[in-house]
Design a protein around this ligand. Structure first.
Ligand SMILES: NC(=O)c1ccc[n+]([C@@H]2O[C@H](COP(=O)([O-])OP(=O)(O)OC[C@H]3O[C@@H](n4cnc5c(N)ncnc54)[C@H](OP(=O)(O)O)[C@@H]3O)[C@@H](O)[C@H]2O)c1
Length: 280
């Protein structure tokens, strides 16, 4: 696949998604968040990943509206939190998110975490919203292969467009990637820089030196060359720009393999809503 700033990945519902987006988790200060999104839009990002639980949908919406960028160029994701799962509750949560973002239509709406049976009512609500045209694409987040197989696909035949999961060189989730490929589900890498824990890894440093790039750029490029959607977070305009300068170099197959070899199944996000026993 050719990779340039205008590349889009086609989802299983026919809509397209820019493979690089800005994540805004833990940018709680509205001014900082608005500035980060504005900086991202200014340097070419067209995809923003937020969630109701992040508490910054209004700031994201303000930055989008002030940017003056035509709506059709932008791709905005938000997520339904687990407390709002249920056919009616999810619709209400969606309306609140849409209002905060100041958008009529959301490009991608995700179930934030797989929990218990309430998630199937929420999934029906998402399917309804898509049928009504209020959402273009619907998907899930934090789904393991087991969650899909033992629970989700026993209750629905509506296939998500996207599964957003923690994925980075130290936990490259080969089982999830293979399973999703088989189902036509696009995989989005969250915490794609492993929250900057590991950017000083010697292998990444060596490849960065070979490419004349930073370790963060090398890691983002690795995601893109694997066909993943990648949503690095930064609240610093200079890093936001750095993270987008990944379309003018390429990793060799050997460099890709050296990064693949770093996988050790290590999660950087270990907290699970409701505790470990509600998630697998
Ligand atoms: N669906 C889910 O359950 C879920 C969970 C977690 C995250 N996400 C999404 O994924 C996005 C990204 O994940 P994340 O925020 O957990 O982690 P991340 O993107 O892997 O890492 C963010 C950290 O890396 C730093 N950083 C960014 N660019 C850098 C660079 N070029 N050089 C050095 N350090 C850099 C940031 O610092 P500064 O900000 O200080 O620059 C921040 O501390 C989130 O914002 C969110 O949208 C989704």
């Amino acid at each position: 696949m050719a990779l340039d700033r205008k590349t889009r990945i086609t989802l299983n519902d026919g809509h397209t998604i820019p493979p690089l987006g800005l994540g805004v988790f833990q940018i709680e200060d509205a001014t900082v968040c608005e500035r980060a999104v504005a900086a991202a839009l200014d340097c070419g990002y067209r995809h923003i990943d937020t969630a109701a639980i992040y508490g910054n949908e209004e700031a994201v919406g303000r930055a989008i509206s002030r940017s003056g960028i035509p709506r059709e160029e932008l791709f905005v994701t938000t997520k339904c939190w687990v407390d709002d799962f249920g056919r009616e509750a999810t619709r209400k949560a969606f309306d609140a998110s849409r209002k905060k973002l100041g958008l009529d239509v959301i490009d991608l709406y995700l179930l934030h975490w797989p929990v218990d049976e309430t998630m199937m009512g929420a999934w029906e609500a998402l399917a309804d919203l898509r049928a009504e045209g209020a959402v273009r694409s619907i998907g899930v987040s934090n789904f393991t292969v087991r969650r899909f197989e033992d629970f989700f696909f026993r209750h629905t035949d509506v296939v998500p467009a996207v599964n957003q999961v923690e994925l980075h060189p130290f936990n490259s989730r080969p089982d999830v990637r293979e399973y999703c490929r088989g189902k036509g589900i696009a995989v989005e890498s969250y915490s794609p820089l492993a929250r900057a824990k590991g950017l000083d890894d010697p292998a990444l440093a060596a490849i960065a030196a070979e490419c004349g790039r930073t370790p963060a750029q090398v890691v983002i490029r690795w995601h893109l060359q694997h066909g993943l959607v990648v949503i690095p977070k930064s609240q610093h305009p200079e890093r936001i720009r750095e993270n987008a300068e990944v379309f003018d170099f390429a990793l060799t197959p050997g460099q890709m393999s050296r990064i693949d070899a770093l996988n050790e199944g290590r999660f950087v996000i270990t907290w699970r809503p409701g505790g470990e026993d509600r998630w697998y």
